[in-house]
Write a protein that binds this ligand. Sequence first.
Ligand code: DC
Length: 219
Amino acid sequence: MDLNRKIIAIDGPGASGKGTVASRVAAALGFDYLDSGALYRLTALYAQQCHAGWSDETAVAALAGALPAEFDGSRILLDGRDVTDAVRSEAIGMGASEVAQLPKVRGALLQRQRAFLTEKGLVGDGRDMGSVVFPDAALKIFLTASARTRAERRAKQIGLPAEGLAFERILADIETRDEADRRRAVAPLKRQPDALLLDTTRLTIEESVKKVLDWYAEI
Ligand code: DC
């Protein structure tokens, strides 16, 4: 059987809820789930721990190629230590965005991402799942939501009100990171012509998951 039929590639900007949607779609289909952003975040954290600057391409690529990382259910381990919360911080998110601009780092993580695919099937989420990592995926989706909606979701997640200075800061961070992801020379964030657009600004998580499952059932 053609394994590409069991790949769903979900790309889109940060805080769009694509991780939640992708992991629920994977669970519903019995597929594995690849959170590719976590690999970039782990690379940034590992570089920080090893005192390598985020712009030092050669050093960071070497670390990315040898990441001592493990995914244990929803827990992420680095060198045996639980870094699930550490990789989610805004600072490491910024670092991830920086190291993700380096071609050698992207190259070092490519095989590692492809190795997540087994007979079970895979839902991968990131920025270049459909364009670079799994260009032959059966279903490609560009999942997005307005920057404000994404900032509101992030604020809710960390227990902050959707207004005020802290909220404006979250919104500004999201816009800065979007811009960096869109502008970079290698694998920039953009909707591929063969990706279906899923704008979740006015959709609940359940509605978004159902939409993806319906599309998958149609192919
Ligand atoms: O989805 P995320 O916020 O966890 O991603 C962290 C950073 O990694 C983000 O700035 C973009 C980058 N990234 C990437 O360049 N390619 C991917 N496939 C996934 C993430």
